[in-house]
Design a protein around this ligand. Structure first.
Ligand code: 9MG
Length: 290
């Protein structure tokens, strides 16, 4: 018999993106495609269109259910990118991959990039600012795209200087609940929304692990939970490993997140994550279907 990953919690079973209902009966893997020369994970190797497309196709082959395409790094200290430059980076990749069957997400906080990406065929907007940039909410509300609302304390440049919370889980949950209400008032219904605690975004290692431990409390908000732990410094802090050596820790983190109710995993290492999920799924009493 299949067990509820978070007993007693109302885990959202679907996510509606551009009129398409994504089943979350098994956790989905969102593969990261960075089209940025300063990307913290690929050192710029995928900064050209050809390389980004080759990388995207490899992630699909390895089992990605969604691709998250970004043209500006959110790493602390990363160079800011103009709207035009960001569009020039992500839109050709989205246009080339659109219609291929894998839903495409655009990782951006800029309303004009959102609009251009949606026009090119993106199905999801993944915004680390949770649509707080003026114009972002409107850009999404005039589409039927899915949305990822992420929590962040501060801004990327300084967010890791001195993160502080009285109760990190309660504060993150309150922020996300409030954003779901704001989106609802603008006509973006909760079935289109996934919620993300924002691991590493204005949080200490302890804050991050508290959020991971208490993830079911975010699932209780009624939207699917997306977890992005892949290669993050919280994993480096406990393993002592450099960013390129965190695959095992990332897969363990992903499985722990799924065990606590996460239904979408934003990852760099798709094949390894797929293997980890196969083991988790076997434990639920049903083999994987894909
Ligand atoms: C863009 N980006 C980097 N890390 C992320 C995370 O953890 N979640 C989401 N939604 N986006 C992220």
């Amino acid at each position: 018999m299949k067990r509820d990953p978070a007993p007693g919690r109302p885990a959202a079973a679907t996510w509606t993106v551009r009129g398409r209902t994504l089943s979350l009966a098994r956790p989905l893997i969102m593969g990261v495609v960075n089209v940025t020369p300063d990307s913290f994970s690929d050192g710029g190797r995928h900064s050209t269109l050809g390389a980004a497309l080759a990388h995207a196709l490899r992630l699909i082959e390895e089992g990605a259910d969604i691709l998250d395409i970004g043209g500006e790094s959110t790493r602390p200290g990363a160079a800011e990118v103009s709207q035009t430059e960001e569009i020039d980076r992500v839109v050709p990749v989205i246009a080339a991959l659109a219609g291929g069957g894998v839903p495409l997400s655009v990782d951006t906080s800029k309303p004009e990039v959102m609009r251009a990406a949606l026009a090119a065929g993106a199905a999801i907007v993944n915004d680390v600012y949770a649509l707080r940039t003026p114009g972002a909410l409107e850009a999404v509300a005039t589409s039927d795209c899915g949305v990822v609302l992420m929590h962040m304390q501060g801004v990327p440049r300084t967010m890791q200087v001195a993160p502080h919370y009285e109760d990190v889980v309660a504060e993150v949950a309150a922020f996300l609940r409030e954003r779901v209400a704001v989106l609802g008032a603008a006509g973006v219904t909760p079935d289109r929304v996934a919620l993300d605690p924002g691991f590493g975004f204005g949080k200490t290692v302890e804050h991050n692990f508290t959020l991971l431990r208490e993830l079911p409390r975010l699932g209780a908000l009624g939207c699917p939970v997306l977890a992005g732990l892949s290669r993050k410094s919280m994993l480096g802090a406990v393993t002592g490993r450099a960013v390129g050596e965190r695959v095992t820790a990332s897969v363990v983190g992903a499985v722990l997140a799924v065990e606590r109710g996460a239904r979408v995993l934003r990852v760099h290492d798709v094949g390894a994550t797929r293997d980890g999920l196969r083991v988790w799924e076997a434990m639920q009493g049903e083999g994987e279907t894909k």
